[in-house]
Ligand binder design. Structure first.
Ligand code: AMP
Length: 219
């Protein structure tokens, strides 16, 4: 199964990707997680992208396209994957299409667009916390950890991402509207798009997602 998850920051696509990846035993490829890890480790890539990430801007297309190209050619992605947070611009969508053509791989099965009203998205982002060690995501109200401030999975400290602070959230939502939303139409024209109403609980959204990817309902 090869999937792309599209949606505004904070809509919950990462949480859904994490669950589906575990159930289907395919990797969740989150460009945001890969980039954050590089920043944390202080690699040359991390130093290059930190300022863009902190201010809520996208990092250059060629950087993320290179990362994804390398990742998708690795053996762990041979049976499929969920691309979480890629593609985000038209140039990325076209580059992904070219990767399939170049490698003779069958393309995407679906592009799932997670959709929720902006007020809900802002509320979710302000309550979001993630593990500084393993990146597992929690929400203070909807999906809290068992012990406050501590990751259930690895015991790491839960932190608020710098780019989830109020002023950066608005910048990220604008970037999404301008650069990523046009992809919804791009994939719709190609018959790949499936919309999922992401405004309800994590469990309800997951049920809708399963129905979509297993072809039992076409949104
Ligand atoms: P995310 O965790 O998906 O919200 O991504 C966090 C940040 O990483 C974004 O605000 C961008 O700065 C950067 N980023 C992640 N994925 C991409 C992408 N596909 N293209 C450009 N920048 C990205």
């Amino acid at each position: 199964m090869r999937l792309v998850f599209l949606g505004a920051p904070g809509v919950g696509k990462g949480t859904q990707a994490q669950r589906l990846a575990a159930q289907e035993k395919i990797p969740q490829v989150s460009t945001g997680d890969i980039l954050r890890e590089s920043v944390k480790r202080g690699t040359p890539l991390g130093r290059q992208v930190k300022a863009s990430m902190d201010s809520g801007k996208l990092v250059p297309d060629e950087v993320v396209i290179g990362l994804v190209r390398e990742k998708l050619s690795s053996p762990e992605c041979a049976q499929g994957y969920i691309l979480d947070g890629f593609t985000r611009t038209m140039a990325q969508a076209e580059a992904l299409d070219r990767m399939f053509t170049e490698t003779g791989t069958t393309g995407l099965d679906y592009v799932v667009s997670f959709e929720a009203p902006e007020e809900e998205i802002v509320r979710r982002l302000s309550g979001r916390r993630s593990c500084a060690t393993c990146q597992t995501v929690y929400h203070m109200e909807h999906d809290p950890p068992r012990r406050e401030g501590i990751c259930d999975k690895c015991g790491g400290a839960l932190i608020q991402r710098a780019d989830d602070e109020a002023e950066t959230v608005l910048a990220r939502l604008r970037v999404f509207d301008q650069q990523t939303k046009p992809l919804v139409e791009y994939y719709q024209r190609r018959g790949l798009l499936r919309r999922v109403d992401a405004s309800e609980s994590i469990d309800q959204v997951y049920k809708r997602l399963l129905a979509v990817v297993h072809g039992t309902s076409v949104a």
